[in-house]
Ligand binder design. Sequence first.
Ligand SMILES: [Fe+2]
Length: 321
Amino acid sequence: MILVYWLVLVNLAAFILYGYDKSCAKKNKRRIPEKTLLFWAWIGGSVGAFLGMRFFHHKTLKAKFFVVPVLMVVEIIICVICLYQNYHLVTTDYEVDLGIPSEVTIVQVSDLHNQFFGINQSTLLKRIKEADPDIIFITGDVVDKTHTNFAISEDFIEGAVKIAPVYYITGNHEVWIGDKKMSPFYEKMRSLGVIFLDDTYVDMGDYILAGIGDSSLTSFVAYPPFDDSKPVVMLAHEPQFSELYKKLGADLVLTGHYHGGQIIIPGVGGFVSPEYEIFPKMYEGCNDIDGMQLVISRGLGNSVLPVRINNYPELVVVKVR
Ligand SMILES: [Fe+2]
Protein backbone atom coordinates (compact mmCIF):
# COMPACT_ATOMS: atom_id res chain seq x y z
CA MET A 1 0.00 0.00 0.00
CA ILE A 2 2.94 2.35 0.67
CA LEU A 3 3.93 1.94 -2.98
CA VAL A 4 0.38 2.76 -4.10
CA TYR A 5 0.26 5.91 -1.90
CA TRP A 6 3.64 6.98 -3.32
CA LEU A 7 2.53 6.50 -6.92
CA VAL A 8 -0.73 8.41 -6.40
CA LEU A 9 1.16 11.26 -4.75
CA VAL A 10 3.94 11.66 -7.32
CA ASN A 11 1.64 11.30 -10.31
CA LEU A 12 -0.82 13.81 -8.95
CA ALA A 13 2.04 16.20 -8.17
CA ALA A 14 3.51 15.75 -11.66
CA PHE A 15 0.14 16.41 -13.34
CA ILE A 16 -0.44 19.56 -11.25
CA LEU A 17 3.12 20.85 -11.86
CA TYR A 18 2.80 20.48 -15.64
CA GLY A 19 -0.51 22.35 -15.51
CA TYR A 20 0.92 25.05 -13.26
CA ASP A 21 3.96 25.51 -15.50
CA LYS A 22 1.71 25.84 -18.54
CA SER A 23 -0.32 28.59 -16.82
CA CYS A 24 2.95 30.34 -15.83
CA ALA A 25 4.05 30.22 -19.47
CA LYS A 26 0.79 31.84 -20.59
CA LYS A 27 1.08 34.60 -17.96
CA ASN A 28 4.83 35.15 -18.47
CA LYS A 29 5.44 34.25 -14.84
CA ARG A 30 8.49 32.50 -13.36
CA ARG A 31 8.66 28.96 -14.75
CA ILE A 32 9.39 25.61 -13.20
CA PRO A 33 12.81 24.40 -14.48
CA GLU A 34 12.51 21.65 -17.09
CA LYS A 35 14.80 19.37 -15.09
CA THR A 36 12.35 19.63 -12.14
CA LEU A 37 9.44 18.65 -14.38
CA LEU A 38 11.44 15.69 -15.69
CA PHE A 39 12.55 14.76 -12.17
CA TRP A 40 8.91 14.00 -11.18
CA ALA A 41 8.60 11.69 -14.19
CA TRP A 42 11.80 9.85 -13.24
CA ILE A 43 10.68 9.17 -9.63
CA GLY A 44 7.50 7.34 -10.62
CA GLY A 45 5.28 10.20 -11.80
CA SER A 46 5.62 9.57 -15.53
CA VAL A 47 1.92 8.77 -16.00
CA GLY A 48 0.93 12.06 -14.32
CA ALA A 49 3.59 13.88 -16.33
CA PHE A 50 2.45 12.32 -19.61
CA LEU A 51 -1.20 13.11 -18.87
CA GLY A 52 -0.19 16.66 -17.89
CA MET A 53 1.69 17.09 -21.17
CA ARG A 54 -1.29 15.87 -23.21
CA PHE A 55 -4.04 17.57 -21.18
CA PHE A 56 -2.34 20.98 -20.97
CA HIS A 57 -0.61 20.71 -24.39
CA HIS A 58 2.67 21.38 -22.65
CA LYS A 59 6.23 20.40 -23.69
CA THR A 60 4.84 17.95 -26.24
CA LEU A 61 7.25 19.09 -28.98
CA LYS A 62 10.32 19.49 -26.74
CA ALA A 63 12.86 16.77 -27.58
CA LYS A 64 14.05 16.24 -23.99
CA PHE A 65 10.45 15.45 -22.93
CA PHE A 66 10.22 12.58 -25.43
CA VAL A 67 11.65 10.52 -22.59
CA VAL A 68 8.39 10.87 -20.60
CA PRO A 69 6.30 8.31 -22.58
CA VAL A 70 9.30 5.94 -22.55
CA LEU A 71 9.53 6.31 -18.76
CA MET A 72 5.79 5.75 -18.54
CA VAL A 73 6.01 2.38 -20.30
CA VAL A 74 9.02 1.33 -18.17
CA GLU A 75 7.37 2.43 -14.90
CA ILE A 76 4.08 0.68 -15.76
CA ILE A 77 6.00 -2.56 -16.45
CA ILE A 78 7.89 -2.19 -13.14
CA CYS A 79 4.60 -1.54 -11.28
CA VAL A 80 2.93 -4.62 -12.76
CA ILE A 81 5.95 -6.76 -11.80
CA CYS A 82 6.00 -5.27 -8.26
CA LEU A 83 2.27 -5.82 -7.77
CA TYR A 84 2.60 -9.43 -8.89
CA GLN A 85 5.58 -9.99 -6.60
CA ASN A 86 3.71 -8.46 -3.65
CA TYR A 87 0.28 -10.03 -4.13
CA HIS A 88 0.85 -13.42 -5.77
CA LEU A 89 0.11 -15.69 -2.84
CA VAL A 90 1.92 -19.04 -2.60
CA THR A 91 1.52 -21.96 -0.21
CA THR A 92 4.54 -23.78 1.20
CA ASP A 93 4.06 -27.25 2.67
CA TYR A 94 6.20 -28.90 5.33
CA GLU A 95 5.93 -32.21 7.12
CA VAL A 96 7.31 -32.57 10.64
CA ASP A 97 7.45 -35.81 12.59
CA LEU A 98 6.97 -35.23 16.33
CA GLY A 99 5.69 -38.71 17.04
CA ILE A 100 2.12 -37.70 17.83
CA PRO A 101 -0.60 -40.31 17.23
CA SER A 102 -2.86 -38.37 14.84
CA GLU A 103 -1.83 -35.95 12.13
CA VAL A 104 -2.50 -32.25 12.69
CA THR A 105 -2.64 -29.78 9.80
CA ILE A 106 -1.43 -26.35 10.81
CA VAL A 107 -1.86 -23.22 8.73
CA GLN A 108 0.50 -20.43 9.74
CA VAL A 109 -0.29 -16.83 8.86
CA SER A 110 2.58 -14.51 9.66
CA ASP A 111 3.34 -10.84 9.09
CA LEU A 112 0.08 -9.90 7.39
CA HIS A 113 0.89 -6.22 8.09
CA ASN A 114 -2.72 -5.45 7.20
CA GLN A 115 -1.97 -6.45 3.62
CA PHE A 116 -4.93 -6.87 1.33
CA PHE A 117 -5.60 -10.17 -0.49
CA GLY A 118 -8.91 -9.83 -2.28
CA ILE A 119 -12.18 -8.24 -1.16
CA ASN A 120 -12.58 -8.93 2.59
CA GLN A 121 -9.41 -11.06 2.34
CA SER A 122 -11.31 -13.57 0.21
CA THR A 123 -8.23 -14.79 -1.70
CA LEU A 124 -6.28 -15.44 1.49
CA LEU A 125 -9.22 -17.11 3.25
CA LYS A 126 -9.96 -19.30 0.23
CA ARG A 127 -6.34 -20.47 0.22
CA ILE A 128 -6.49 -21.26 3.96
CA LYS A 129 -9.71 -23.19 3.48
CA GLU A 130 -8.13 -25.23 0.68
CA ALA A 131 -5.43 -26.40 3.12
CA ASP A 132 -8.22 -27.80 5.33
CA PRO A 133 -6.46 -26.90 8.61
CA ASP A 134 -7.18 -28.35 12.04
CA ILE A 135 -5.71 -25.21 13.57
CA ILE A 136 -4.56 -21.76 12.45
CA PHE A 137 -1.60 -19.93 13.98
CA ILE A 138 -1.05 -16.20 13.63
CA THR A 139 2.57 -15.49 14.45
CA GLY A 140 2.59 -11.74 14.89
CA ASP A 141 2.57 -8.49 12.91
CA VAL A 142 -1.04 -8.98 11.88
CA VAL A 143 -1.20 -5.17 11.72
CA ASP A 144 1.50 -2.70 10.77
CA LYS A 145 2.83 0.25 12.76
CA THR A 146 3.72 2.40 9.74
CA HIS A 147 0.39 2.10 7.88
CA THR A 148 -1.98 0.68 10.49
CA ASN A 149 -5.36 -0.47 9.18
CA PHE A 150 -7.25 -2.60 11.69
CA ALA A 151 -10.27 -3.14 9.41
CA ILE A 152 -8.29 -5.10 6.80
CA SER A 153 -6.82 -7.40 9.48
CA GLU A 154 -10.22 -7.78 11.15
CA ASP A 155 -11.64 -9.08 7.87
CA PHE A 156 -9.00 -11.80 7.94
CA ILE A 157 -9.64 -12.73 11.59
CA GLU A 158 -13.42 -12.84 11.06
CA GLY A 159 -12.97 -15.27 8.18
CA ALA A 160 -10.21 -17.37 9.79
CA VAL A 161 -12.19 -18.23 12.95
CA LYS A 162 -14.91 -19.71 10.76
CA ILE A 163 -12.37 -22.16 9.27
CA ALA A 164 -10.54 -23.51 12.35
CA PRO A 165 -9.54 -22.54 15.90
CA VAL A 166 -7.14 -19.58 15.79
CA TYR A 167 -4.17 -19.07 18.13
CA TYR A 168 -2.21 -15.83 18.18
CA ILE A 169 0.97 -14.30 19.49
CA THR A 170 2.12 -10.69 19.15
CA GLY A 171 4.87 -9.42 16.86
CA ASN A 172 7.06 -6.36 17.12
CA HIS A 173 4.54 -4.20 15.28
CA GLU A 174 1.78 -4.85 17.82
CA VAL A 175 4.31 -3.98 20.55
CA TRP A 176 5.29 -0.78 18.74
CA ILE A 177 1.66 0.24 18.22
CA GLY A 178 1.13 -0.22 21.96
CA ASP A 179 -1.57 -1.79 24.10
CA LYS A 180 -3.65 1.39 24.29
CA LYS A 181 -4.19 1.55 20.52
CA MET A 182 -4.22 -2.23 20.10
CA SER A 183 -6.74 -3.04 22.86
CA PRO A 184 -10.00 -2.54 20.84
CA PHE A 185 -8.53 -4.84 18.16
CA TYR A 186 -7.48 -7.38 20.80
CA GLU A 187 -10.98 -7.22 22.28
CA LYS A 188 -12.46 -7.86 18.86
CA MET A 189 -10.14 -10.83 18.33
CA ARG A 190 -11.03 -12.29 21.72
CA SER A 191 -14.75 -11.81 21.07
CA LEU A 192 -14.32 -13.78 17.83
CA GLY A 193 -12.73 -16.63 19.78
CA VAL A 194 -9.03 -16.10 19.03
CA ILE A 195 -6.86 -17.61 21.76
CA PHE A 196 -3.90 -15.50 22.89
CA LEU A 197 -0.73 -17.43 23.65
CA ASP A 198 1.70 -14.69 24.70
CA ASP A 199 3.90 -16.23 27.42
CA THR A 200 1.56 -19.11 28.10
CA TYR A 201 0.76 -22.59 26.88
CA VAL A 202 -2.15 -24.94 26.29
CA ASP A 203 -2.07 -28.73 26.64
CA MET A 204 -3.56 -29.91 23.34
CA GLY A 205 -3.68 -33.55 24.39
CA ASP A 206 -1.06 -34.97 22.03
CA TYR A 207 1.27 -32.00 22.33
CA ILE A 208 1.92 -28.78 24.22
CA LEU A 209 1.18 -25.57 22.33
CA ALA A 210 3.22 -22.70 23.77
CA GLY A 211 3.71 -19.07 22.78
CA ILE A 212 5.94 -16.12 23.52
CA GLY A 213 4.87 -12.52 23.08
CA ASP A 214 7.32 -10.33 21.22
CA SER A 215 7.91 -8.00 24.19
CA SER A 216 9.09 -10.98 26.30
CA LEU A 217 11.70 -12.36 23.94
CA THR A 218 14.62 -10.83 25.80
CA SER A 219 13.30 -11.51 29.31
CA PHE A 220 11.24 -14.72 29.20
CA VAL A 221 12.48 -17.33 31.69
CA ALA A 222 10.09 -20.31 31.87
CA TYR A 223 6.52 -21.54 31.52
CA PRO A 224 4.70 -22.99 34.49
CA PRO A 225 5.44 -26.74 34.61
CA PHE A 226 3.81 -28.87 31.91
CA ASP A 227 3.90 -32.53 30.89
CA ASP A 228 7.36 -32.65 29.33
CA SER A 229 6.81 -36.11 27.91
CA LYS A 230 4.75 -34.42 25.17
CA PRO A 231 6.31 -32.65 22.18
CA VAL A 232 6.23 -28.86 22.30
CA VAL A 233 5.00 -26.75 19.40
CA MET A 234 5.90 -23.12 19.95
CA LEU A 235 4.75 -19.85 18.38
CA ALA A 236 7.15 -16.91 18.38
CA HIS A 237 7.52 -13.99 16.02
CA GLU A 238 11.29 -13.63 15.70
CA PRO A 239 13.45 -16.56 14.54
CA GLN A 240 16.77 -15.21 15.79
CA PHE A 241 15.91 -16.23 19.37
CA SER A 242 16.23 -19.91 18.49
CA GLU A 243 18.51 -20.60 21.49
CA LEU A 244 15.73 -19.47 23.83
CA TYR A 245 13.16 -21.68 22.09
CA LYS A 246 15.52 -24.64 22.32
CA LYS A 247 16.13 -23.94 26.01
CA LEU A 248 12.36 -23.85 26.64
CA GLY A 249 12.05 -27.34 25.17
CA ALA A 250 10.52 -26.57 21.77
CA ASP A 251 10.46 -29.33 19.17
CA LEU A 252 8.81 -27.26 16.47
CA VAL A 253 8.77 -23.44 16.37
CA LEU A 254 6.76 -21.35 13.94
CA THR A 255 8.13 -17.86 13.33
CA GLY A 256 8.11 -15.10 10.72
CA HIS A 257 9.46 -11.55 10.97
CA TYR A 258 12.20 -11.84 8.30
CA HIS A 259 9.92 -11.31 5.29
CA GLY A 260 12.20 -13.67 3.36
CA GLY A 261 14.93 -11.05 3.36
CA GLN A 262 12.71 -8.89 1.05
CA ILE A 263 14.72 -9.80 -2.10
CA ILE A 264 15.74 -13.40 -2.67
CA ILE A 265 18.77 -13.74 -4.92
CA PRO A 266 18.90 -17.25 -6.44
CA GLY A 267 21.86 -19.21 -5.12
CA VAL A 268 22.68 -16.52 -2.56
CA GLY A 269 19.59 -16.07 -0.37
CA GLY A 270 17.48 -13.37 1.28
CA PHE A 271 19.02 -9.92 1.05
CA VAL A 272 18.30 -8.21 4.37
CA SER A 273 16.72 -9.00 7.73
CA PRO A 274 14.59 -6.56 9.77
CA GLU A 275 17.71 -6.13 11.92
CA TYR A 276 19.54 -4.94 8.77
CA GLU A 277 21.72 -8.03 8.67
CA ILE A 278 22.82 -8.48 5.07
CA PHE A 279 22.31 -12.01 3.72
CA PRO A 280 21.18 -13.53 7.04
CA LYS A 281 22.02 -17.21 7.39
CA MET A 282 18.35 -18.15 7.89
CA TYR A 283 15.55 -16.21 6.24
CA GLU A 284 12.87 -18.78 5.28
CA GLY A 285 12.11 -22.49 5.29
CA CYS A 286 12.06 -25.26 7.85
CA ASN A 287 15.47 -25.22 9.53
CA ASP A 288 16.86 -28.03 11.67
CA ILE A 289 18.62 -26.65 14.76
CA ASP A 290 20.04 -29.54 16.75
CA GLY A 291 16.85 -31.51 16.25
CA MET A 292 14.47 -28.56 16.78
CA GLN A 293 12.54 -27.59 13.65
CA LEU A 294 12.42 -23.82 13.15
CA VAL A 295 9.92 -22.70 10.52
CA ILE A 296 10.50 -19.18 9.22
CA SER A 297 7.53 -17.95 7.22
CA ARG A 298 8.32 -15.33 4.58
CA GLY A 299 5.06 -13.70 5.66
CA LEU A 300 2.35 -12.05 3.65
CA GLY A 301 2.80 -8.32 3.92
CA ASN A 302 5.38 -5.58 3.98
CA SER A 303 6.37 -2.87 6.37
CA VAL A 304 9.13 -0.30 5.92
CA LEU A 305 10.42 -1.86 2.69
CA PRO A 306 7.36 -2.20 0.43
CA VAL A 307 8.93 -4.37 -2.27
CA ARG A 308 9.45 -8.12 -2.50
CA ILE A 309 11.42 -9.61 -5.35
CA ASN A 310 11.53 -13.35 -6.05
CA ASN A 311 9.84 -13.63 -2.64
CA TYR A 312 6.11 -14.14 -3.03
CA PRO A 313 3.81 -13.71 0.01
CA GLU A 314 3.68 -17.07 1.72
CA LEU A 315 1.07 -19.12 3.52
CA VAL A 316 2.72 -21.96 5.45
CA VAL A 317 1.06 -25.34 5.90
CA VAL A 318 2.71 -27.78 8.32
CA LYS A 319 1.51 -31.35 8.66
CA VAL A 320 2.62 -32.58 12.07
CA ARG A 321 2.48 -36.23 12.93
FE1 LIG B 1 6.74 -8.33 9.96
